[in-house]
Design a protein. Structure first.
Lengths: 368, 773
C-alpha cells in the first residue's frame, strides 16, 4: 500500500480506523521486520505499535490501558482463541476491537452489532430470494454476512455487545469458534462446508452492565479469552484525554474556543468520584446507576462547550456543566438524581475555589 | 587489586547467580555485603544450617520510641549467596551497612524493601519506552532472562547508573552510604597490602555512588573497619535471628516489601529460569484444585500456550513471571473481572479480586516458612516473657497438666498491669493463657477478669515464632497488632475492635497509628448501623480519655470528626417510605446526637450542616418514617430548632406518617431521640392521642405492635404520667387513670381480646343484628 491512499471523502461522518490511520499503518508495515502469524497483515509487535503508539514512527497512542492487556489480547487472537473484551460502557472496548482488527486484517468493518433483534441471518449468511427461487440454492444466491466473509477472507470479525443477543443466537458461534468451519447445509458438495482461512477470528465485546440480561453460556465462554478493561486509573491521563477529544469535537461543531481547564477539571473529578464511589479525599459514596465513562465525560464536555458558544458566544461555565450533567449522570433515574443531589449538598458544598462554588450554586438547575 | 561493586536487586535470583560467579572468579580478600554490621561478630550464627527464609530482627527502644526492622534472607538473596560463597572460598565476609537501630532506619520495617519512591519518573519513562506495565515486569524483562553473566553484569551497571543519575542520597541513604563507603575504603586499603581484591554487594541504587565515594577516600582510608554509632544512652537495641516466611516477603501482602512472588523466584533459583515455568504451572494447578477451583488439563494447555505466545511476542528467551501470570489469567478467567489483575498494581489485594486469581497469586507467593537451626541462641522474647511473668506472679504451673486461675480486679493499678501482660500474650496467640471472663469493651461496667494459666508443650515454640514480631512482650504484641491493623484497613468494625485490643494491651503507640486508620475506615463505611456502633464505642473511649493517653485523645478527635461527617452522609442515603424501624439506625442517630452534644465545641463539629441534613430528612416523604421521626427528635433535643418550632415540626411529621403501618415507626424514631421533650409537650401527646383514636379498630391493631415498641423507650414512671395526661383528655381523673394504666391482663392478651371483639362485631353486622361500634 502506498502513502497516497485516498483520503476519506468529506461526506463520511466517521471513517473506519484502517482509513483514518492509513498513513500510520503504511509506515508501520514498512518498518515491520518481525514474523507475522498466518493470515495477519502485521506482526504482533507492529500491531502493538499501532495500538499503543510509537514515537519513532510517529504513531499516535490510541489506547491508554496497560500494554500487557494489548499483549494478551493479541496472543489470544494469534493462538486462535476468540477474544472477549468486557468492561463498563465507555471504556474503549469497541475502540480496541476496531484498532486490533484494522491492524490485523486491514479491515474493521466486518461488524455484527448485537441486539435483541439480531438473527442468525445477520451473522452468518442469507439469500437473494429472487435468485434462490429462480435457480435454487447456489453460491451466487448466497448473501454472505460478516461471519461468512470473515471465514472466507481470513479476517477478524467483530461482534459488538454480544450479550445483548438472545442465548441461542450467541451459541450459533460455538461450532465456528471450535471447529473453525461454517456449515451451509443448503449447498451441496464443497460449498456446503466453509472452512476458515488463516487470519479469521472473532473479537466480541460485552458490557458488564448487561450481566444477567443474556448471560453467556459457559460453552461459549470457554471459547473466548476474557480481557476486562477498567476505567482509566489516573486523573491526569483521563483529564488529558477528555481535553483532547472534547477540543476536537468542539472544533468540528464550529466552536472556536477550547473548553475551560477548570471546568474540565470539575467535570472529570465529578465523573471519577461518582463512578468509583469514592471522593479524592477518601470518602466512600454509593455508585451511580448511570454510566459515567470517559466517553460520556467527553460528550458532556462537548455539549458544555456548544452551550457556552451558541447561547452566549463564550466558554462553557460550571452552570452549563450542571445542566448537561443532569442529562447524563442522572438520566431518568430518580434514584441517581437523589444521589447526585446528596453529592452536591454534602461533598461539592465543601469544596473551595471559585469554580467549585459556582458549580455548587448552580445545583438548583438539577431537574425535579 | 581492585574494588568490584556489584549492584543488585534484593532477592533477585539472577543477581544471586552473578554474585556467586563473581566471587568465585575474583577470589577476593574481603566480601562486604549490605546488611546490619552489628551482626558481624555473630556471622557464625547466621551461617548455621537454617531452613530459609530467616531474618535478622532488630529492635530499638527509647523513651516512648519503638522501632522494629527486619533484614530477610531467602535462598535466592544475593546477600545470602555472597556470605555463603565467601565462606566457601575462604574470603572474609562482613556486613557493611549501619545497624537497623540507627536513626536512618527509623520508620523503615524492611531493609531490603524496594524503594520505588526514589526514581518514579525515570522508571515510568523506561517502562513506557519498553512497553511494559511496571517496574517489576521491567526488571524481569531486562534481567531475569537467561543471559551470559558478563552481559548481565554490564546491563545491570548501565541500568543502575541511569537510575541513580546524579541523585543525591536522601536523609535515609546519606548516613548509610557514608558508612558503607568508609567500610569499603578500609577493605580496599587492607586488601592492597596483599594485592588482593574486594567485592561489595549492595542495592543497585547505591552501587554507582559507593564506587565513586570509595574511590574518593583512597588517599586517607580508615585504618580499621568503621564502628557504627552506639545507640543513645538509655536506649535499648539489639539484633537476633528469627524465622521468616514467604508470605511476609511478598509485596502483595505487606507494605514495604521487595520482589513479589517469592516462591516463583525460589523455583527459578533452584531449577533455572527455563525450567521454572513448568514447576509453577504444576504448583498453581495443585493449589487451585486443593481450593476447589476447577482447572482442566485444557485450561493448563491454554495457559501454557498463551504464556509461550506472550513470551515470544515480548521477545523473552524463557517464560517470565508476568508471561506466566498473564497466560494463567487468560486461560482461567472466564468472565469479566471486578478488580484489576493483582499483578498490575503494588500493595495488598483489592476487594473483589477473582478467587481464582487470589489463589494464583498465593501459589506464586508460596507458603513456606523458615526454621532456625538447632543451637541458634534463643530470641530475647522468651527471656522477657519469663521475667515479666515472674515479676507479676503470673507464672503458669510447671506441670503441663496443671491449671491455675488468676482473678484480676481491674480497678487496681497493679491488676491492670497484669491484665495487660496476659492480653499481650493472648494477641500473640501463645497457648496457655485463656481469658474466661471479663469486659468486652474498655469502658464496660464489668471490672473483673478471670484467666486460666497453664504451660502446654507448644508454648515455647509459639514464643520462638512470635519472637519474629519483637524482642520484648510489649513490642511483639505491638507489632502483631500493628500488622492486624494493616490488614483491617478500611474495615471500620474490625478497626474499632482492634482499638479495644490496643486499650486492653495498654500500648499507646498502637492507638496512635490506629486512629487515623479508623478515620479512614469511617470515611469508607457504607453501613449506617455499623458506623453508629463504632461511633458510640469511640465516643465512650473519648469521654474516658485517660484510657488512651494524651496523644490518643487528640487522634480520636479526628476519627470522631470523620465518623460524624460520614454519619451525616449515610443518614441522608437511607430510603424507603414504608421501611420498618431499624434499631441500629436509630442507635446510630442517637450516637450522632451524643457526639454533637458533647463534641460540637471541642471537636469543632458543624451544627448548621447537621441541622440542614436533619431538616432535609424530616421533610423527605421517601425517608423511612423512623428516620423522619428521629431527625425531628435530633433537632429538637439538641435545640437546633427552638422548642415551639420543634413541637410544630414533630406534629407535622406525625401527621404525614399517621397511616397505621408507619405511625409507630415514626413515633419510635421521635422517642428514641427526644423522649422527654415529647412527654413535656402536651400538644404532641394530644396529636398522638388524636391520631390513635382516629384509627378504626382494624387499623389500630395494625399500628399496635410498632406503637407499643415506640412507647418502650419510656421508663415506667414517665409512662405513668403520660397515661394520666391522656386520661385527662378523655375526662378521666387521676384515679381512673390509674385503673386504665394497670390492666389486670397482659398487653398481648388485651390485643387478643380486641381482635376477638372486632371479629364478633363483624359477625353481628353480617347477620344484621346491629351496626359496628
Amino acid at each position: 500500500m502506498t502513502k497516497n491512499a485516498a483520503p476519506a471523502p468529506p461526506a463520511i461522518q466517521r471513517p473506519p480506523a484502517e482509513v483514518l490511520y492509513a498513513d500510520e499503518l503504511a509506515r508501520i508495515r514498512e518498518a515491520d521486520r518481525d514474523p507475522r502469524p498466518p493470515g495477519w497483515k502485521l506482526s504482533l509487535q507492529a500491531v502493538r505499535r499501532f495500538v499503543t503508539g510509537d514515537e519513532k514512527l510517529r504513531v499516535r497512542r490510541k489506547f491508554v490501558g496497560n500494554p500487557s492487556l494489548v499483549d494478551r489480547a493479541m496472543v489470544a487472537l494469534a493462538t486462535n482463541r476468540g477474544l472477549m473484551l468486557v468492561g463498563e460502557p465507555g471504556t474503549a472496548k469497541s475502540l480496541l476491537s476496531e484498532l486490533l482488527s484494522a491492524a490485523i486484517s486491514g479491515c474493521s468493518t466486518l461488524t455484527i452489532q448485537g441486539g435483541a433483534s439480531t438473527t442468525e441471518d445477520q451473522i452468518k449468511y442469507s439469500w437473494n430470494y429472487a435468485l434462490l427461487i429462480a435457480e435454487g440454492p447456489s453460491r451466487k444466491a448466497l448473501v454472505p454476512a460478516p461471519l461468512h466473509m470473515g471465514l472466507s477472507r481470513g479476517q477478524v470479525v467483530r461482534f459488538e455487545e454480544i450479550t445483548r443477543c438472545p442465548l441461542e443466537i450467541q451459541d450459533s458461534l460455538l461450532a465456528v469458534l471450535s471447529d473453525r468451519v461454517l456449515a451451509v447445509p443448503e449447498l451441496e458438495g464443497e460449498d456446503g462446508m466453509l472452512f476458515a482461512r488463516d487470519g479469521f477470528n472473532v473479537i466480541a465485546t460485552a458490557n458488564t452492565r448487561d450481566r444477567g440480561v443474556n448471560e453467556m453460556s459457559s460453552a461459549l465462554k470457554r471459547r473466548f479469552n476474557f480481557e476486562t478493561i477498567f476505567p482509566i486509573p489516573d486523573f491526569a491521563t483521563e483529564l488529558a484525554l477528555v481535553r483532547d477529544e472534547a477540543s476536537r469535537l468542539l472544533e468540528r461543531s464550529g466552536v472556536p474556543v477550547p473548553p475551560e481547564e477548570k471546568v474540565l477539571e470539575i467535570l472529570v473529578t465529578t465523573f471519577r468520584e461518582l463512578r468509583s464511589g469514592e471522593t479524592s479525599d477518601g470518602n466512600a459514596m454509593e455508585r451511580m446507576g448511570a454510566v459515567l465513562s470517559t466517553a460520556e465525560a467527553v460528550s458532556v464536555a462537548h455539549s458544555v462547550g456548544v452551550r457556552g458558544w451558541y447561547l452566549r458566544q463564550g466558554r462553557g461555565t460550571p452552570a452549563d456543566l450542571v445542566e448537561c450533567m443532569a442529562g447524563t449522570a442522572a438520566k431518568d433515574s430518580p434514584d441517581d438524581l437523589k444521589k447526585l443531589r446528596r453529592y452536591f449538598e454534602q461533598r461539592v458544598a465543601k469544596r473551595t475555589g471559585e469554580h467549585w462554588r459556582a458549580f455548587y450554586e448552580a445545583r438548583h438547575l438539577l431537574p425535579g | 587489586m581492585a574494588l568490584h561493586v556489584l549492584g543488585v536487586r534484593h532477592h533477585s535470583p539472577s543477581c544471586a547467580r552473578l554474585v556467586e560467579a563473581a566471587i568465585r572468579a575474583i577470589r577476593p580478600r574481603h566480601v562486604l555485603v549490605e546488611g546490619p554490621c552489628d551482626l558481624n561478630d555473630r556471622l557464625e550464627e547466621l551461617l548455621l544450617p537454617h531452613v530459609l527464609p530467616v531474618a535478622v530482627f532488630t529492635y530499638y527502644r527509647n523513651a516512648g520510641e519503638n522501632h522494629a526492622s527486619w533484614t530477610p534472607f531467602c535462598r535466592h538473596s544475593p546477600e545470602w549467596v555472597a556470605l555463603q560463597t565467601a565462606r566457601e572460598i575462604g574470603a572474609q565476609a562482613r556486613f557493611m551497612d549501619l545497624p537497623a537501630w540507627s536513626e536512618a532506619f527509623h520508620g523503615h520495617a524492611n531493609r531490603y524493601a524496594d524503594r520505588t519512591d526514589r526514581t518514579p519518573r525515570t522508571m515510568s519513562a523506561l517502562c513506557r519506552r519498553l512497553g511494559v506495565d511496571d517496574s517489576d515486569s521491567l526488571w524481569d524483562h531486562l534481567f531475569e532472562q537467561p543471559q551470559p553473566l558478563e552481559e548481565l553484569a554490564e546491563a545491570l551497571r548501565i541500568y543502575f547508573e541511569e537510575l541513580r543519575g546524579d541523585d543525591p542520597p536522601d536523609a535515609m541513604d546519606e548516613p548509610r552510604e557514608e558508612f558503607m563507603a568508609d567500610a569499603l575504603a578500609w577493605a580496599v586499603a587492607d586488601a592492597e597490602r596483599t594485592g588482593e581484591d574486594v567485592v561489595a554487594v549492595c542495592g543497585g541504587y547505591h552501587a554507582p555512588a559507593l564506587s565513586r565515594r570509595a574511590a574518593e577516600r583512597r588517599e586517607h582510608s580508615p585504618v580499621r573497619f568503621p564502628t557504627p554509632p552506639e545507640p543513645e544512652p538509655g536506649a535499648k537495641a539489639g539484633s537476633y535471628l528469627v524465622p521468616y516466611s514467604f508470605r511476609r516477603l511478598d509485596s502483595f501482602v505487606g507494605y514495604e516489601s521487595g520482589l513479589p512472588s517469592p516462591f516463583f523466584y525460589d523455583v527459578t533459583w533452584e531449577l533455572g529460569p527455563e525450567a521454572a515455568a513448568e514447576k509453577m504451572l504444576e504448583a498453581t494447578a495443585r493449589r487451585l484444585r486443593e481450593r476447589k477451583q476447577p482447572v482442566s488439563p485444557a485450561d493448563l494447555i491454554a495457559a501454557s500456550t498463551l504464556a509461550q505466545g506472550l513470551a515470544r511476542m515480548r521477545g523473552h528467551r524463557c517464560l517470565l513471571r508476568q508471561d506466566l501470570l498473564d497466560g494463567l489469567a487468560g486461560a482461567l478467567v472466564k468472565d469479566g473481572l471486578d478488580a484489576p489483575l493483582p499483578w498490575s498494581y503494588r500493595g495488598t489485594l483489592r476487594a473483589g479480586t477473582d478467587p481464582v486469581l487470589v489463589e494464583v497469586v498465593a501459589a506464586f507467593s508460596g507458603d513456606h516458612a523458615g526454621r532456625l537451626a538447632v543451637g541458634t541462641p534463643r530470641p530475647p522474647l522468651l527471656h522477657d516473657v519469663q521475667a515479666v511473668l515472674e515479676q507479676k506472679g503470673l507464672t503458669p504451673p510447671a506441670d503441663a497438666r496443671d491449671r491455675r486461675i488468676a482473678k484480676l480486679d481491674l480497678t487496681l493499678e497493679d491488676h491492670r498491669l497484669r491484665s495487660r501482660i496476659l492480653h499481650r500474650l493472648r494477641v500473640l496467640e501463645i497457648p496457655g493463657f485463656v481469658r474466661q471472663s471479663g469486659p468486652t469493651w474498655a469502658t464496660d461496667v464489668e471490672l473483673s477478669e478471670s484467666w486460666e494459666l497453664s504451660r502446654p508443650d507448644t508454648a515455647e515454640s509459639a514464643l520462638i515464632e512470635a519472637s519474629s514480631w519483637g524482642a520484648s512482650l510489649e513490642s511483639a504484641a505491638a507489632a502483631r497488632l500493628g500488622s492486624a491493623i494493616g490488614n483491617a484497613a478500611g474495615k471500620l468494625a474490625a478497626l474499632a475492635s482492634l482499638l479495644g485490643e490496643a486499650v486492653f494491651v495498654g500500648i499507646e503507640s498502637l492507638s496512635d497509628s490506629l486512629l487515623p486508620k479508623i478515620a479512614e475506615g469511617a470515611r469508607q463505611e457504607t453501613s449506617f448501623g455499623e458506623l453508629g456502633g463504632a461511633t458510640a464505642r469511640l465516643l465512650a473511649l473519648w469521654r474516658h480519655g485517660s484510657l488512651l493517653g494524651a496523644e490518643g485523645a487528640a487522634a480520636i478527635s479526628s476519627a470522631l470528626g470523620a465518623a460524624f461527617e460520614r454519619g451525616l452522609w449515610l443518614v441522608e442515603g437511607i430510603q424507603g417510605a414504608t421501611a420498618p424501624t431499624d434499631e441500629k439506625h436509630l442507635a446510630a442517630i442517637v450516637a450522632l446526637k451524643d457526639l454533637l452534644r458533647f463534641g460540637s465545641e471541642p471537636l469543632a463539629l458543624s451544627r448548621p450542616s447537621a441541622a440542614a441534613v436533619m431538616l432535609r430528612r424530616a421533610a423527605d416523604a421517601e425517608a423511612p418514617p423512623a428516620i423522619r421521626g428521629a431527625a425531628i427528635g435530633f433537632l429538637w433535643n439538641l435545640g437546633l430548632v427552638d422548642a415551639a418550632d420543634g413541637e410544630e415540626r414533630a406534629r407535622r411529621v406525625l401527621f404525614s406518617t399517621s397511616r397505621p403501618s408507619t405511625f409507630g415507626d415514626c413515633l419510635a424514631g421521635l422517642f428514641a431521640l427526644a423522649r422527654e421533650e415529647c412527654a413535656a409537650a402536651t400538644g404532641i401527646v394530644a396529636a398522638i392521642d388524636a391520631a390513635l383514636t382516629g384509627m378504626g379498630q382494624e387499623e389500630f391493631l395494625v399500628a399496635l405492635p410498632s406503637v407499643r415498641h415506640a412507647f418502650s423507650y419510656f421508663p415506667p414512671m414517665e409512662k405513668d404520667s403520660l397515661g394520666r395526661t391522656v386520661a385527662s383528655f378523655h375526662g378521666a381523673g387521676p384515679e381512673e387513670a390509674q385503673g386504665l394504666l394497670r390492666l389486670s391482663a397482659g398487653a398481648s392478651e388485651t390485643a387478643r381480646a380486641l381482635r376477638l371483639e372486632d371479629e364478633v362485631s363483624r359477625i353481628v353486622e353480617r347477620f344484621g343484628l346491629g351496626g359496628r361500634k
